[in-house]
Design a protein around this ligand. Structure first.
Ligand code: ADP
Ligand code: MG
Length: 224
């Protein structure tokens, strides 16, 4: 289905990364700097100050996310496989993306079972963050992000769906192509590359259902 990048292509991509990463991270840093300067004024009302702080924090998260996306792509690490509870990983994901969801008026619904599997917490975390961040970004005027889990035979199934803009078949096919992004300046086009690589390394399968204007569903199956 999706061709693996051959080594020379990969090297070329990695050399682009160093220059892209500084450019990408500069945007959120500029925004944070602006808010900090505004907060430095004496006559700012408390509510405004809180709002600037919240926005600054989510921009810092964004800078962090961008670096994470690039690093995981440029420098794959040997994943430490250990016993983890998927429920904890998902709860943490929700904790991290809630500010972004609030900014976009996205309501998160969830229903998780505890499930112990052998995997890598950081890498899974990164995948869930990339997927849910895309979901929220697909709902600029609000909507619902729902995440639920269930056990099915010898698999643990995680379903992440949004009520966002959705994708055409052509767009779905291009998912995971390096630098493919419909977000212009705001996108890196590396999130899904990372997601597919990590899931494949962790023996997880990903299915995507999506239709324009009808939202998107990611179904992730992991071996128990
Ligand atoms: P980026 O988010 O930086 O654009 P990604 O690799 O994360 O890069 O995603 C690539 C593209 O896939 C996005 O630009 C978007 O067009 C599409 N996409 C991914 N997830 C969704 C989603 N849940 N709903 C609609 N489009 C999506
Ligand atoms: Mg993304």
């Amino acid at each position: 289905m999706r061709k693996r990048l051959i080594e020379s292509e990969k090297m070329e991509l990695v050399s682009h990364l160093a220059s892209s990463v500084s450019h990408e991270v500069r945007n959120p840093l500029t925004v944070v700097k602006g808010f900090l300067q505004m907060m430095n004024q004496n006559d700012i009302p408390f509510e405004k100050r809180k709002e600037y702080l919240a926005l600054s924090l989510s921009e810092v998260d964004r800078a962090n996310q961008i670096i994470g996306e690039y690093l995981a792509f440029a420098k794959p690490q040997l994943a430490k496989i250990e016993g983890i509870d998927i429920k904890e990983v998902l709860e943490h994901t929700i904790h991290v993306i809630t500010p972004l969801a609030n900014m976009n008026s996205v309501v998160i619904t969830k229903n998780f079972e505890t499930c112990l599997i052998k995997s890598n917490k950081q890498l899974l975390q990164q995948c869930f963050l990339n997927i849910t961040k895309n979901s929220i970004e697909a709902m600029p005027n609000g909507g619902f992000l729902s995440i639920f889990t269930k056990k099915k035979d010898d698999k643990f199934v995680i379903t992440i769906s949004d009520t966002g803009v959705g994708m055409s078949e052509e767009q779905i096919k291009r998912l995971g192509e390096p630098y493919y992004s419909t977000k212009g300046e705001k996108g890196t086009g590396l999130g899904m590359v990372t997601v597919f690589r990590i899931f494949s390394d962790l023996n997880c399968t990903v299915k995507i259902n999506s239709k324009p204007d009808n939202g998107t569903t990611f179904i992730i199956e992991m071996p128990l």
